[in-house]
Design a protein around this ligand. Structure first.
Ligand SMILES: Cc1cc2nc3c(=O)[nH]c(=O)nc-3n(C[C@H](O)[C@H](O)[C@H](O)COP(=O)(O)OP(=O)(O)OC[C@H]3O[C@@H](n4cnc5c(N)ncnc54)[C@H](O)[C@@H]3O)c2cc1C
Length: 511
């Protein structure tokens, strides 16, 4: 049997991509090397992940947001959570919106009037979620949609021909028309495929540890820069710390209690005593990105395509954005109705976005170094981030609100995530994207736009209705991933609309 797509890795990116491909009617097999999807590192506190606007919108548009934002269940239940309660910022008088290298910006400073194309929507700009819970929701959705998930089967190698990819996983061989490597930062698919992985080497080893301490009062709760590093302490015993050792310790030695105590003493400048180490992991600020995301019938997405320090808290969002961008393009390619260059636009749109995120994480490392110049820079950023313009700028970047693909087009909305227009009957744009098709919203109910849409009626849903706030537009063409392909002013340029439809949906009436 041959599958349309085989995905290596049932992490969040692989699972979400599987859902996207299945939505388009493809047969999908996911191969996951671990038997058990659960891990203490995917649960609170270390498993906390911040979702940004494009990710929340993607889940909203596919009808998954309510499941993902479900309230936490009993504390010890497997897969606890959606949004974790009791986060430390809830104790603060001002509500933080996020941070840059640990320097917080505050919600009350953010000026949303700078974002004229964001309409009120159930999809907010940021949301915490527990990774294990997120994966469980995505796996359940994928399975319900008919995705086959095989656990305990890691991809070891593959061979590709012009027609298909033969995938070796343990003693078994699988066949796919396409293979997508969503197998994380140490991706076998990336290595076996000979993808170049270019970037910068680490400056530090980061530690996330749960500890017992004889004298915890020696540490101050919160995040602290010291003369030797940085640590964050959350009572009773959750610590993240950064040791500027050039990344030498990471994955080269076992993480012992003695070592953690020595590093903690060094970076906290205290003589605190660690008595227990129930959980520990390390990471670095290595920032690398594949120079190509596709070789023949093999593609990369998520951490397989790019890695960076987790401190920026953006890797998951970047990877899920890859999946949302790739899914419909690969589906159209397999169906045979993709316009020329559609699949290549995956690299064209997502590689610059990945590079931007890697640089964002590098900038934070620059600010964290234990040096006089970094502390001086920190003081300046602290001043700037506490201004209205500063907080708005950082919110745009951290929440992903500034994301815009370079799709050409004459209107400033083209390339941006579509506003969540509310039609007169109360239907929202988000709800109209649930099937993963293109969408032409015609606010003026004009015959020419209907005629235009009818030429792609197998790929584009046409909806004619005025909206409560149409932002001065007469119509808007939205790609399946929710990004605007064309926006018409009061007098729409129909020629431009037809060009945008051809560019993203191929020749009319082919299927
Ligand atoms: C401490 C920490 C905090 C973070 N906080 C945030 C945050 O707040 N916001 C954010 O956006 N990101 C955050 N990140 C980053 C985020 O967790 C990752 O970017 C994200 O999990 C990547 O998803 P993925 O599916 O691409 O890869 P992974 O989650 O790594 O999943 C890859 C899957 O592939 C499997 N696999 C590996 N090799 C093979 C193989 N050969 N064959 C088959 N399967 C294989 C693995 O077992 C795994 O299940 C954080 C990361 C860390 C470490």
């Amino acid at each position: 049997m041959i599958h349309d797509v085989v995905i290596a890795g049932a992490g969040p990116v692989g699972l979400f991509l599987a859902c996207e491909l299945r939505l388009a009617g493809l047969s999908v097999l996911v191969l996951e090397q671990t038997e058990d999807p659960r891990s203490p590192l995917k649960r609170l506190p270390f498993g906390m992940r911040g979702l940004s606007a494009p990710t929340i919108e993607a889940f909203y548009r596919r009808g998954m947001l309510n499941d993902i934002a479900a309230p936490p269940r009993a504390k010890d239940a497997p897969g606890v959570g959606g949004a974790p309660a009791g986060a430390h910022w809830m104790q603060q008088a001002r509500r933080p919106g996020g941070h840059f290298a640990g320097i917080q910006f505050y919600q009350d400073n953010i000026d949303p009037s700078k974002w004229p194309y964001r309409l009120p929507s159930p999809a907010g700009t940021n949301m915490p979620v527990e990774l294990e819970y997120l994966e469980s929701v995505l796996a359940a959705r994928a399975t319900a949609m008919g995705v086959e998930i095989r656990r305990g089967l890691g991809v070891d190698d593959f061979k590709q021909s012009d027609e298909e990819v033969s995938i070796q996983a343990g003693a078994e061989t699988f066949r796919g028309r396409w293979l997508v490597g969503c197998d994380g930062g140490r991706s076998t698919v990336r290595k076996a495929g000979g993808f170049e992985f270019a970037g910068t080497d680490p400056e530090f080893t980061g530690y996330s540890v749960e500890v017992g301490m004889a004298d915890p009062e020696k540490l101050r709760p919160g995040r602290h820069y010291t003369a030797t590093g940085m640590y964050t302490y959350q009572q009773p015993g959750t610590i993240a710390m950064v040791d500027f050792d050039g990344g030498a310790f990471h994955r080269t030695q076992s993480i012992t209690l003695e070592h953690v105590q020595a590093v903690l003493r060094r970076v906290s400048c205290t003589d605190v005593t660690v008595t227990a180490l129930p959980l520990a992991t390390t990471w670095t600020d290595r920032a690398h990105q594949a120079t190509a995301y596709r070789k023949g019938r093999v593609l990369l997405a998520g951490d397989a395509a790019h890695i960076h320090s987790p401190l920026g808290g953006q890797g998951l969002n970047l990877g899920l954005g890859d999946a949302m961008n790739l899914g419909w393009k690969l589906a159209a390619t397999i169906r045979g109705d993709a316009p020329a260059g559609l699949l290549d636009s995956y690299l064209g749109e997502r590689h610059p976005e990945g590079a931007r995120v890697l640089d964002w994480s590098r900038a934070q490392v620059g600010l964290m170094r234990p040096s006089r110049s970094s502390r001086a820079l920190e003081a300046i950023i602290r001043d700037l981030i506490d201004t209205r313009d500063g907080a708005t700028y950082f919110a745009e970047r951290v929440w992903g609100v500034s994301l815009r693909y370079d799709l050409g087009g004459s209107h400033p909305l083209v390339g941006r995530s579509a506003p969540d227009f509310e039609l007169l009957d109360g239907t929202r744009l988000g709800a109209l994207l649930g099937k993963g098709r293109g969408l032409l919203l015609d606010f003026d109910v004009r015959a020419p736009l209907q005629t235009l849409a009818s030429r792609w009626n197998d790929r584009i849903t046409y909806v004619a209705s005025d909206a409560r706030d149409r932002l001065g537009l007469s119509g808007v063409l939205v790609r399946p991933d929710g990004f605007v392909a064309w926006a018409g002013e009061a007098t729409p340029d129909l020629e431009e609309a037809a060009q945008a439809a051809s560019r993203w949906f191929g020749e009319p009436g082919v299927v």
